[in-house]
Structures are given as C-alpha cells and as structure tokens.
Design a protein around this ligand. Structure first.
Ligand code: HEM
Length: 241
C-alpha cells in the first residue's frame, strides 16, 4: 500500500512547503529531477541483477518512485484540486501550486515510465503467449499507459509559464480538458495492473482504494459542474427580469 503512504507524504509536503514551492519552483524541480535520475539509475542496477545497499528509507523511496505510486499520488492530489473549495484557506494554500505539482508529477513519473515501458516491450513475447485473462489486462494496461503518456507531454510542457504564454488562453483551456482523459487512463492502467494479479488482501485493498479515489472524484466533479450550471441559469434568469 505504497500509494496511501505516498499520498499522505505528498499532501503534507505540498501543504507545508506550498510557499517555498511557489517562490522557488526551479529549485524544487532540480531536487525532484535529482531523485528521478537516482530512481532511473536504481531501476537500471536492479534490472541488471545488482543488489544495492541504502541508507534507511532510501530503498523505500526509490521503490515508491519506481512503482508509480509517488507519481500517482502527485496526480491524485492535482486531480482533487479541481474540486477544491477555494473558500477554505487550507485548500487554497494547496491549489496555488497546482501547475508546479503537475510538473513535479511528470518528472517523478518519468523513471516509472522508462522502467515499465522497457520491461513491457522486452517481455511482450511471453505476455502475448499467455493464453488467459492476463493477456487482456496487460494489453489494456499498456494501451492506457501509452495514451496517458501522449496526453501528459503537452500538458507538461504547457504547465511552464514560458510555454503557456506562447499559446492563446482558449487553446490552453481546451488542452486542459484532456487532463480528464489522462486521469481516466491512469485509473484504467492501475485497475488493469491489479486485476491481472492473483487475489490477495493487498491487491484487493489497492483495487478498492483506487476505485474509491477515482469514483469519488468523478461524483464531486459532476456535482460541481451541475452546481455551476445551476448558478449560471439563475444569474441569466435574474438578469432577464
Ligand atoms: C503517465 C504514465 C503513467 C502513470 C501516471 C502511471 C501510474 C501508475 C500508478 C499510480 C501505479 C500504481 C502504483 C502502486 O499503487 O503501487 C502504477 C503501477 C504500474 N504501472 Fe504505471 N503509470 C504510467 C505509465 C506506465 C507504463 C508506460 C507502463 C508499462 C507499460 C506501466 C506499468 C505499470 C506496472 C507494471 C505497474 C505495477 C508496478 C508494481 O507494482 O511494481 N505504467 N502506475
């Protein structure tokens, strides 16, 4: 259950370091990129059968980044910011660093993408040969992951203020709509990973956790859109009379 630990740590760090992240975003990206690079080196060494000695906690941190749990936790927080109530001070404090967290999420997911993309391609022969349910879960996981990466790249680039200024506000807003497909792809990818594994307490808890996180977000988002629409109609009606 790396995801629960990661989500707790990511939320607490984002909250308490919100001002720092906003003011010194470049420094933050450098620290996260260093961790990302370390996780790539870690993955390469592990894939080559090396055993590595770590100081306490570093092994777990590398595993959390490599498994996708750290990136997933950052994206879950970014996703939930879309339904935050800006009247609440603690939610506003987190919301102001949404663009920075999106960039951090992309950087920290990079080692996971590189590692699992390569190992999927290298093992594709045995994946397709398996004549059972796992062929379909693996193929769907792969397709969802590829679509997620394709959507993530332009969203990542346009999260930087420099590139954001180069496109019109309308084009930027339209591009942001693709974030919903991105979240849906993460959901499908993770569900396929866990559905393809033999049933166990940890697998079922992971499935339940991701299911609850993504469905509760969907319900909150739909409620928010309906509420906005209702207010708009009421405003139009008030202006008419
Ligand atoms: C934007 C791209 C991606 C995101 C956001 C993402 C996100 C995630 C998340 C949140 C998890 C669950 C981690 C956990 O609960 O411990 C995960 C696991 C996994 N993902 Fe991805 N993923 C991405 C790309 C990929 C790609 C390209 C592949 C390979 C084709 C892949 C294969 C896997 C596998 C095999 C696992 C299980 C890992 C393990 O337990 O060691 N993912 N991913």
């Amino acid at each position: 259950m790396y995801i629960i630990v990661c989500l707790t740590i990511v939320t607490l760090l984002s909250y308490f370091l919100s001002d720092y992240i906003k003011k010194y975003s470049i420094n933050t990206y450098i620290v996260v990129s260093t961790l990302s690079l370390m996780a790539i080196i870690h993955a390469i060494l592990i894939l080559n059968g090396n055993s590595i000695e770590y100081v306490v906690g570093l092994k777990q941190l590398m595993r959390a980044i490599d498994s996708g749990a750290m990136g997933g936790a950052v994206f879950i927080l970014v996703m939930y910011m879309g339904v935050f109530d800006m009247k609440k001070a603690y939610q506003r404090k987190l919301r102001v660093i949404r663009a920075e967290l999106s960039i951090i999420g992309c950087i920290i997911t990079f080692p996971h993408n590189v590692h699992y993309l390569f190992s999927f391609i290298m093992n594709s022969g045995s994946i397709v040969k398996a004549r059972d349910f796992t062929v379909w879960t693996n193929l769907m996981m792969f397709a969802a992951a590829i679509i997620a990466i394709i959507i993530m790249i332009p969203l990542f680039i346009t999260s930087f203020r420099y590139f954001r200024k180069k496109i019109s506000a309308k084009a930027w807003k339209n591009l942001q709509e693709y974030a919903y497909i991105f979240y849906a792809m993460i959901f499908i990818q993770v569900m396929m990973v866990y559905l393809g594994r033999p049933s166990s307490l940890v697998r079922n808890l992971n499935l339940l956790f991701y299911f609850l996180i993504f469905t509760s977000y969907t319900v909150l988002k739909i409620k928010m859109v309906c509420e906005k629409r209702r207010l708009k109609i009421e405003k139009l009606a008030a202006n008419k009379y």
